[in-house]
Design a protein around this ligand. Structure first.
Ligand SMILES: O=C(CO)[C@@H](O)[C@H](O)COP(=O)(O)O
Length: 220
């Protein structure tokens, strides 16, 4: 079944744990943690201290999206903060193979993502080495943007390649996803959905339950 990874970027940071507490009693298994450096993307979010503090209070799988240049420099810090999977950008790494290897050497799952303008054919050769490929369906940097329709074709290309080659790689989509458009990305073949404003900007528990209702219907 498809899983939801709600982006805490849309939480109220004046009391982050209060929003996370509202997710309890749902089917949720992971949360999405967007780290931005103000250089790779034109926004700054939060860093290791925040991740570590919420790690102490939440058992979820920590699905982390690093929108930072040269993430290789910070891999140990992500690990020490309690990150379970670290997704890095194709465009942000001087030595991508070495960065992926170092994530795995630090006992985290490795995810790879790419900006909407990046040619998907550059990503395909790395699928054998990674645990997750993330299709960005908005320009990385901000929540609340509109879903880019050409992401559907990218998901289909990745789904076909992964299935044809029997690879053990999950496909995640992130940006502009709502309960009203989620079905089309599921139909295209995603395994995981990131949603920020549509979860933490609304009635949190109600929205998570709505997503899981849709996922269950789709898996019948
Ligand atoms: O990585 C990003 C933005 O860079 C996303 O995770 C957004 O935070 C998703 O927010 P919505 O588009 O769902 O509001």
């Amino acid at each position: 079944m498809v899983e939801l990874s709600p982006s805490i970027l849309s939480c109220n940071f004046s009391n982050l744990q209060k929003d996370l507490d509202k997710t309890t009693g749902t089917d949720l298994k992971m949360i999405h943690i967007d780290v931005m450096d103000g250089i790779f993307v034109p926004n700054i979010s939060f860093g290791f201290k925040v991740i570590k503090d919420i790690r102490d209070k939440n058992d979820y799988f920590f699905d982390t999206h690093a929108m930072i240049v040269e993430p290789i420099k910070y891999i140990e810090e992500f690990k020490n903060s309690g990150v379970d999977r670290l997704t890095i950008h194709y465009e942000a790494c001087e030595n991508l193979d070495q960065t992926i290897d170092k994530i795995k050497d630090n006992d985290m799952e490795a995810g790879l993502t790419f900006k909407p303008a990046t040619d998907i054919n550059l990503i395909i050769p790395y699928l054998e080495k990674i645990d997750l490929v993330l299709v960005m369906s908005v320009e990385p940097g901000f929540g609340g943007q509109t879903f880019m329709e050409d992401s559907i074709e990218k998901i289909k290309i990745l789904r076909a390649y992964i299935d044809e080659n029997n690879l053990d790689v999950k496909i995640q989509v992130d940006g502009g996803i709502k309960t009203t458009n989620v079905e089309k990305v599921i139909d295209a073949g995603v395994d995981e959905i990131v949603s920020g404003s549509d979860v933490f900007g609304k009635d949190i528990k109600e929205q998570i339950n709505k997503y899981y209702e849709i996922f269950k219907q789709k898996s019948l």
